[in-house]
Design a protein around this ligand. Sequence first.
Ligand code: GSH
Length: 305
Amino acid sequence: MTDIILHHYGLSPFAEKVRIGLGLKQAAWKSVDIPSIMPKPDLMPLTGGYRKTPVMQIGADIYCDTQLIMLELERRLPSPAFLPEGREGEARAITMWADRLIFSPAVGVVMSQVADRFGEDFKKDRSDFSGRSFDPERMRAALPFLRDQTYALLSVAEAMLAGDAKFLLGGEPSLADCALYNPVWFIQQHLGATASPLDRLPGIVAWVERMGALGNGKRTDIKASDALDIAKAATPGKTSVDGGDPSGLKAGQKLSVTPDDTGKVPVTGTLVGLTADRISIARRDERVGDVVVHFPRSGFIVQAL
Ligand SMILES: N[C@@H](CCC(=O)N[C@@H](CS)C(=O)NCC(=O)O)C(=O)O
């Protein structure tokens, strides 16, 4: 298999979801360090505008959003599995719950306490990214509410980890654990191992140690320019369009794909792949030649051009 390349930075919690997943799969992978704010000049030739972190590259195939990155890793490296047999839906549903509901208040708990540490460039970038002004005072005022929300949501996971359950779905770690690890890891990195509300959640604190022991797989650092050369030398993998898809989209159509929440930069290209889980568009860039950019369906707005 062509190498897995992860474009990411150390303190990105969504990147940690993938890194811990690579640890679970004991995978070898290549790492490209990207900036945490725009501009990201070595990422744009690959994604065509998608700016979020992380992005996975395998040859000339570019995978955006951890929802899809994890599914693609599962497809290419099926064992040990992210999705336990018969419980795939459950693992994915818990993942969406962690990504979409727990992440935001948990990050808010951190940001409201460290907001003053960031420079003007970061504040401006995150205001553009989220569509909401990065205002330390407003964030500090929201801390009690954000902590309550995080506590309430994490208490559900705490209950799942009661008794003999070492991981959310039982004896083995799954995709659901990687997703929950993301916000809990972020709180711990910035505020400490038992920072509130983790001080009231001993089951989660013990679980997070078991998760951390999975490690990050076998990582090799490479330069961004090497990754771009790899894309240029590669040919995208085969994809196909489901002609019966309810969207009515057809192969060869020009369209744009845009995240529906943050970092709403449209990526335009030609439809080459469509399934219930993913949409794939082909684009050409001077630096990397022909690439195919893959997105999950859920959480992305597709517009025919
Ligand atoms: N739904 C996305 C969320 C990714 C996300 O929001 N990542 C954050 C970093 S953890 C980000 O992109 N921040 C702005 C940036 O890195 O430019 C995913 O699952 O990959």
